[in-house]
Write a protein that binds this ligand. Structure first.
Ligand code: PLP
Length: 470
């Protein structure tokens, strides 16, 4: 009898499997069966869960059990009720945001790593995680061709990683101005301004807010018709300015002209940070690399694994040209937990976390340089195919489709909104609304490794059919 039950009459009547018991393995194997079954259906499941499946989520409205429920029953409930109400973003027909699916090698590595349950804060907690994340970091710098001595921290998101980079930027600029922010704080410190794109991602604004920058500290740089910062209209920058640029704008997929902007900003003594959540991956692709010319001249960069690299949620990277600036800013050494400056806990916001770099390592190892290049190139080709098909169906395409983003609208705002709703409700594709130059639009991103050219044609058919029905 390996199910452990406390005798009746004790405070709890827990059902816990004994460590290493057959029940424990059977339970994990059952979860794996469910996962495999889910994946085998990922092509045919509704892309957005139907109303009945969402309504059935009320089965989770249970009160917290006093006596623990059976782990097997817990897993069955999760599968029976939870699975049907998932969004199939790990499938081929999902074009919302830039979500990406999960590559098999990354998903499998993640599964094994979950069994290891490593705390990836540093070598003392996990030699395996520490060595693998260091290797993944080196490979990342190679595949993105960023300065090789840079530090790479693995965090939860581009938001969390951007926080680490921008905190580092402020600390470094203040130090150059003779102000030790770690000793003297930000109150009374020399003013640091942030110049950022008018088309900046909302998460950069959030990071700046968290760091204590006010709206009056932000100077927006005007953008051109493609939402790229216009070098001719770059606001004045100096050695107390952080310049935030962007690789991959969410509507157009376009890159700021780094070659024209970064040398100017650097010559003035500014710190340049590049938000490359998805668009930095253009640099891994020979056909698209020129969009990123000069991006390697920046001081710090963020990018996601969970978007275009198709690693599981969640995982992102903070990259900093000067490793010691990042590790001093993010240092989390304590008397009981000192570590190398290269320890992950000294590079990102998290102290304890799972080894997100393992999925990045597995994705890069299984794709290789060529695989990354081909996946990124294919998605961009498919985005053009999608745009051509939609145009033929009567959709106005609003961007140049230079990357994996397609931005469209119909002749009236009402019809634009109705098309988005109809397509979402079809369950056959999913893409989201957007706003372009003050009017409703919709946005499709191609970023799942599972999406084939035939899937693109099918998406065009669905949109064409729904358009006719409007
Ligand atoms: C998604 C995105 C972010 C935020 O990334 P998270 O990993 O979701 O925090 C930042 N910038 C751009 C351009 C993005 O597309």
């Amino acid at each position: 009898m390996s199910i452990w039950r406390l005798p009746a009459g004790t405070a709890a009547n827990m059902t816990v499997f004994m460590s290493g018991s057959r029940e424990e393995f059977t339970l994990i194997r059952r979860a794996d069966e469910m996962a495999s079954e889910y994946l085998s259906g990922v092509r045919d499941r509704p892309v957005f869960p139907p109303a009945e499946a969402r309504a059935a989520l009320s089965a989770f409205d249970e009160s917290l059990p006093v006596a623990g429920e059976d782990p097997r029953d817990t897993l069955e409930l999760l599968h029976r009720v939870g699975t049907p109400a998932t969004v199939t973003s790990n499938g081929p027909h999902y074009y919302g945001f830039v979500i990406g699916a999960t590559l098999p090698a990354a998903a499998a590595a993640e599964r094994l790593a979950l069994a290891w349950d490593q705390c990836a804060s540093g070598y003392a907690n996990s030699p395996t995680a520490s060595v693998l994340e260091a290797r993944a970091g080196r490979w990342l710098l190679e595949v993105l061709d960023l300065p090789r001595p840079s530090a790479v921290g693995f965090g939860t998101s581009a938001t969390a990683c951007g926080l680490a980079c921008l905190a580092t930027a402020r600390r470094a600029l203040l130090a150059r101005a003779g102000w030790d922010v770690q000793r003297d704080g930000v109150v009374g410190a020399p003013k640091i301004r942030v110049v950022l794109s008018e088309a900046v991602h909302v998460t950069i604004k959030k990071i700046l807010r968290l760091l204590g920058f006010g709206q009056r500290d932000l100077v927006f740089a005007p953008v051109d018709a493609h939402n790229r910062v216009d070098p001719a209209r770059l606001p004045p920058v100096d050695d107390r300015t952080i310049v935030c640029l962007q690789a991959g704008e969410v509507n157009t997929g376009e890159h700021d002209p780094f070659r024209d902007l970064i040398p100017t900003a650097k010559a003035a003594g500014a710190w340049v940070h590049v938000d490359g959540a998805f668009g930095l991956w253009a640099r891994a692709c020979a056909e698209l690399r020129s969009f990123t010319d000069g991006v390697d001249l920046a001081d710090s960069w963020t990018t996601d694994g969970h978007k275009w690299l198709n690693t599981p949620y969640d995982g992102a990277m903070a990259i900093c040209r000067d490793p010691s600036l990042l590790s001093e800013t993010m240092n989390a050494d304590a008397p009981y937990a000192t570590a190398e400056p290269t320890s992950q806990k000294n590079l990102t916001t998290e102290f304890s976390r799972r080894a997100r770099g393992i999925a990045v390592w597995a994705a890069l190892r299984s794709l290789g340089r060529t695989g990354v290049d081909e996946m990124v190139a294919r998605h961009c080709r498919q985005a053009r195919r999608l745009a051509d098909g939609l145009r033929a169906a009567g959709v106005e395409i609003l961007n140049r489709v230079v990357l994996n983003q397609v931005l469209g609208r119909l002749d009236t705002d009402a019809r634009t909104r109705a098309l988005v709703t109809a397509c979402q409700q079809s369950g056959e594709v999913w893409f989201g609304p957007g706003v372009w130059q003050g009017r409703p639009a919709f946005r499709l991103s191609v970023s799942s490794w599972r999406t084939t050219d035939a899937d693109i044609d099918r998406a065009v058919e669905v949109v064409t059919r729904e358009l006719r029905r409007l």
